[in-house]
Structure formats: C-alpha cells, structure tokens
Design a protein around this ligand. Structure first.
Ligand code: PLP
Length: 445
C-alpha cells in the first residue's frame, strides 16, 4: 500500500480547524503535529520519534499501523463501502456482534453499535429508560452519575458526568433529574496505593442516601466508569463496585459500566467488570473496539434488557434509536481484524502479566519533587503533582510539554499525568517512559 504522509501545514493553514478539547491559540502558536505512527511510536512533522504512552487517546490498544486492520479496511472499502442497518443488514455486523458476545461479561450477549463513546453512553441511557418503560415503570427516568465521571460530550453523557469544566459552560442545558455520587479519590487516605485503594468502599453507600431522597421508583440507572480515566485516573476502592451492584439490585435500578477506556484489555481482562467480578446490566464501549483505526462504539446489554423490548407486534420497531453509521461495514471490518489481533497475541490479558512490572516502575516516581500521589491498575497509571499556587494544571502541562519534546507522549488532566500505553508495550518501553517522565518531573519546579 502506498502511504502518503501529509506535509506539515503552514502556520497560516492552522486556523480553520477548530480543535476539540484544545487551547486552540496556544496550540497553534506552537503546534505539536504527528504525521506517522507504527508500533509503540509516533513521528512528528519534523521527523522526531515519540513513544506513545497513552495509546493515542486510550484507544490504540494493539499498537499503531497494524497491517491486518489496514488490509481489512481496504478490502471492505473495495467490496462495499457502506450499507444501512435500518431495516437492512450486512453479514459482518452480525459476525462482529457474535464475536463480541463471546468475550463479553456473563449474559451480556446483545450488542448495539454506535460510532463513539459519547454515542454509546447516550444509547445506554436511552435503553435504560426504555427498559423500565417496557416493564410498566415509565416513571423511572432519573439517572445517578458520579462526581469526576466522564461519559463523553453528548447532552446525556455530559449530564451524568461530573467534570466541572465540561458542564459549567452549558448552564442548565442538562438532562433534568440527574444526581451524582461522590467520587472516590481521596489522597489523604489512599496516596500511593498499589492497585485498588483499601479505603472508601463505604462511599458506595451514598447511593442509598440518593435512593432515599429521590425514591427508587424514579431512578432508571446508575452509571459509573469502573476506573475513571479522563478525570485523572480514579480507582474504585476494594469492594466499592460490588456494593453499588448490591444496592442497585435491591432497588431494581440498572447498573451501567462505562468501559470506553477500561474495555478491551486495559485492565488485564477483556473488560473491567470481569477483572472486578461485578457484572453490570449495560456496558458502554468504543476506543479499543476498533483499535482507534475507524470510529466505532458498542453497547452491550444483558439478555433480559434486550428481551424486555422484544414484545408487542413483530412488525413494530422496538427501539426508536440508531445511527446512520451503526455497524458501518468498514468499522466492522476494522473491529473484526482488531479482535483477531487481540486473540492471536493474547493482548486482552497481557496487562495482567505486565502490571507488577508496570506498578513497580510507576511507583519508583514516589519521592520525586511535587509528586503527591501515584496510582495504578492494569496498564493504567497516574502521577499527581502538587499544583503551583494559584495556577492549577500549569505544572503538569509543563511536564506534558517537556515529555513530548523528549520523545514521550503522555496525557495531562489538571495536575495529573496519565499513562496508558498500547498493550504491546515492552519492558524497555516502560523503562523509557518512566525514566523520561521522572527526569522531567525533577526538572520542573
Ligand atoms: C469513560 C468514557 N466514556 C465516554 C467517552 C467518550 O468517548 P468519545 O470521545 O469516543 O465520544 C470517553 C472518552 O474518553 C470515556 O473515557
């Protein structure tokens, strides 16, 4: 295949693209442009090699430039570039759903396709309301999210999310009837925990308080990320997710796990719910599903949820929801090739084997100047820095920039540096990432 590497745009050509979640003017004054990727690495427009310590944006789990995916995409494009899935079907959509059902948590063998994590979240919220309605409990429309939660940027996901900046600009244009659990990040109790923190399971009991306030009969679902990524890696305390499950069961409230980040091997099992042995009713995914090569998302539903819709006359559409590009053939081809790679290279469980080494490496940063916490699970880690007085986020942003200059791409949120490398990462890469980050933290006052 002929690869055409785009030339770097001139400074004046940077203006038209209104960049997402980016300080546009700051970026365009000093752009960081990536033009090629392979394996664990990107190359910049000026030819520098940069190791990818965040799997693109937590999505390139099988590493970059996977030939099998590229070929599957090219093949599918040449055979049939698009086909609708409204009242029509195409074979690989069904094949992909079956393949996903085979690796899903117990009973979650019904799959609804979307194009992103945000769409998966909005889809899951709608399914939850529809499920209760189908069972004669149409008054259950309320959702419980969690502080520091990130569930994408749709109005539904934004409303159940709990990241202040993502919400405050949009005023009261939120879903009504949403409440939030407290987040579980508490450095005063849990700093430098290795793996799941011991303290904080009782925070799940706050759900009982919200149920008492709103009454269970008004609540459709609770949505949480098993591990929050975007808010700076927030881990569930030991026993916390099980407790949430118990309380939801007690009150007939659905439990939705947002596994957009944790899905597809990030925590050493295909899904975090399997790692934590807690099965939700609905599970949202995207990112690693297609290795980031072609946008795709999927919502997994328990059979009982799906079947609740399958009533009434058979000629009536059961769920008035879907996207033009649900189960897009090219995305399906990319996802199938991705699943083949995951199976062949055992990537969905590789993080479990690597995580002791990963944990030791990232915790070696304890004691560096301004490091106030290191947390980790699977192939995820975060280093939290003491904020500069009156300048939240500034120190970690400097660290992010310097790391990039030294050939390591990390992710910064507030004063947290997050790491989540492709699951093909080798020990030497871990050493390089941690040594560079440590050096930069030492140099960044
Ligand atoms: C947990 C979670 N949910 C939803 C999303 C939104 O996904 P997308 O950006 O594909 O819409 C993200 C993105 O990072 C995420 O981490």
């Amino acid at each position: 295949m002929n690869a055409r590497i785009s030339p770097a745009p001139a400074q004046s050509d940077l203006e038209a693209f209104w960049m997402p979640f980016t300080a546009n003017r700051q970026f365009k004054a000093n752009p960081r442009l990536l033009t090629r990727a392979e394996g664990m690495h990107y190359w910049t427009a000026d030819g520098r090699q940069v190791i990818d310590a965040v799997a693109g944006l937590w999505c390139v789990n099988a590493g970059h430039g996977r030939r099998e995916i590229n070929e599957a995409v090219a093949r599918q494009l040449s055979v049939m570039e698009y086909a609708p899935t409204f009242q029509m079907g195409h074979p690989i959509a069904f094949e992909l759903a079956n393949r996903l059902a085979a690796i899903a948590p117990p009973g979650m063998d019904r799959v609804f396709f979307t194009n992103s994590g945000s769409e998966s979240v909005d889809t899951a919220l709608k399914i939850a309301i529809g499920y209760h309605r189908a069972r004669g409990a149409g008054q259950r429309t309320r959702f419980i999210g969690r502080e520091k939660g990130y569930h994408g940027v749709g109005f539904g996901g934004m409303s159940v999310g709990g990241m202040v900046n993502n919400r405050k600009f949009f005023g009261s244009s939120m879903l009504p009837g949403v409440d939030h659990l407290p987040h579980t990040l508490d450095i005063s109790h849990n700093a430098f925990s290795r793996g799941l923190p011991q303290w904080g399971m009782h925070l799940a009991n706050e759900l009982e308080r919200l149920v008492a306030l709103h009454d269970a009969s008004t609540i459709a679902a609770v949505i949480v990320e098993p591990i929050s990524g975007s808010a700076g890696v927030v881990l569930p305390p030991v026993g916390y997710l099980k407790r949430l499950r118990e309380i939801c069961d007690k009150h007939d409230i659905l439990l939705i796990f947002d596994e957009v980040i944790t899905g597809f091997g990030r925590v050493g099992k295909p899904f975090a719910s399997q790692a934590f042995d807690v099965t939700p009713d609905l599970m949202t995914t995207a990112k690693g599903l297609s290795n980031g090569a072609i946008p795709m998302g999927a919502v997994f539903a328990q059979r009982k949820i799906h079947d609740a819709f399958m009533q009434g006359p058979e000629n009536v559409i059961e769920l008035f929801h879907g996207y033009t590009y649900s189960a897009h053939p090219v995305a399906c081809a990319a996802a199938l090739a991705t699943l083949d790679i995951y199976a062949k290279e055992e990537l969905l469980t590789r993080a479990a084997a690597l995580s002791p080494r990963w944990e030791d490496a990232v915790h070696s940063m304890r004691g560096l100047p301004n490091v106030i916490d290191v947390r980790n699970y699977g192939l995820i880690a975060a280093v939290e820095l003491e904020p500069r007085a009156g300048k939240p986020g500034a120190r970690a942003f400097d660290v992010f920039l310097k790391c990039f200059e030294r050939g390591v791409m990390v992710r910064q949120t507030a004063d947290v540096i997050a790491l989540s490398p492709p699951l093909i990462v080798e020990r030497s890469h871990i050493t390089q990432i941690v040594e560079t980050l440590s050096q930069v933290i030492r140099e960044t006052a």
